[in-house]
Ligand binder design. Structure first.
Ligand code: UDP
Ligand code: MG
Length: 326
């Protein structure tokens, strides 16, 4: 197998027919040596039926269904783990990343690159809030992290087998795939492209999911927030030294230090800082705990072509047969 295409899909039933058409056209030069792996990330709409239909008419399309919704990064990881190709091309299901860039990426890889990533020159049809938050996020992340993570780069890239195998060796549970590919090193290059608007459907990344991705990225690639607490303590000690001078000064001069208001202010300021520091520590401790449990990242429910029928009895019989075979 020369090329694997990996696409995570969560409630993308309307996008899949178009996606499959455009992918098949893009991989046409490598037809016969290409597999297209679509991961159904525990969708609640007709995504799985769409994947089975795609598999029925194009056997090179493989659908894998996760046992539950695990989120974009885990669904992507599941697909990467299943890919058999020498090169692996990953993109979103909503066609915001144009599959037509594949030939250019393939020829760049021919010249010796291990990772060719898409760099968003422009974003169409996204809210000003999303553009601004993404812009700020990538800059903030790079300021904090020791790894240089390419700016304005999502999960649209072509990677070599050895780059992929390196990433697959990384066992962490909270995964920030684009950072992990940056971290493994090798020769990397970006290709600029226009990020289109979503073809159909709406974003599967609510603010909550964006915040989770951002904290995964920050905590996964930097421990600077922890050191931030120490710096902060120096600053607040400095501030309280100044306040102390002021207080003693007025005690000596006027026999009184005015102001319960300023005291209340100082108290709430310092307890705010303490809670913030505790929160940062808690974030890392919680992550330690999650990592320590070593739970599998995902479970596969089924694969296209597995079962002729979807009744429970059939699935159970098939699972039994497999267990016997093992
Ligand atoms: N996705 C997923 N699981 C989720 C959420 C999203 O597999 O829980 C997939 C989704 O189907 C799409 C990709 O992740 O292929 C990116 O999601 P989306 O386009 O909604 O994000 P945005 O482009 O708005 O940031
Ligand atoms: Mg999208």
């Amino acid at each position: 197998m020369l090329l694997s295409v990996v696409v995570p899909c969560y409630n993308e039933e309307e996008a899949i027919p178009l996606l499959v058409d455009r992918l098949l056209a893009a991989v046409a030069p490598w037809a016969g040596q290409t597999e297209i792996i679509l991961i159904d990330d525990g969708s609640t709409d007709g995504t799985w039926a769409a994947l089975e239909a795609a598999h029925a008419s194009h056997p090179e399309v493989r659908g894998l269904k996760l046992s539950a919704n695990r989120g974009h990064q885990i669904a992507l990881t599941a697909g990467l783990a299943a890919a058999e190709g020498q090169r692996v091309f990953m993109l979103d299901a909503d066609l915001q990343d144009p599959p037509e860039l594949l030939p250019e990426m393939m020829s760049l890889m021919d010249t010796g690159y291990d990772v060719v990533y898409g760099k968003r020159a422009q974003r169409q049809g996204e809210t000003p809030f999303k553009k601004l938050s993404a812009w700020a996020f990538y800059r903030f992340l790079n300021a904090l992290s020791d790894v240089k993570i390419p700016k304005d780069t999502g999960d649209f890239r072509l990677v070599s087998r050895r780059a992929l195998d390196s990433v697959l060796q990384m066992p962490e549970r909270s995964r920030f795939v684009r950072g992990m590919f940056a971290w493994v090193g090798f020769r990397q290059i970006g290709v600029e492209y226009q990020r289109d608007a979503r073809m159909v459907g709406e974003t599967k990344y609510p603010l909550r999911a964006m915040l989770k991705l951002a904290t995964d990225a920050l905590t996964g690639f930097s421990i600077k927030p922890l050191r931030f607490a120490t710096r902060l303590s120096f600053c607040t000690l400095g501030v309280s030294a100044l306040v102390a001078i002021y207080v003693f000064h007025s005690l000596i001069l006027y026999q009184t230090a005015p102001g319960w208001a300023s005291m209340l202010l100082a108290m709430s300021f310092f307890s705010g800082i303490q809670l913030l520091t505790l929160g940062i520590m808690g974030e890392y401790i919680g992550r330690l705990y999650m990592e320590m449990k070593q739970r599998p990242l995902f479970f596969l429910d089924r694969e296209t072509g597995d079962y002729q029928s979807e009744t429970f009895a059939d699935i159970e019989a098939e699972t039994g047969r497999r267990r016997q075979a093992r």
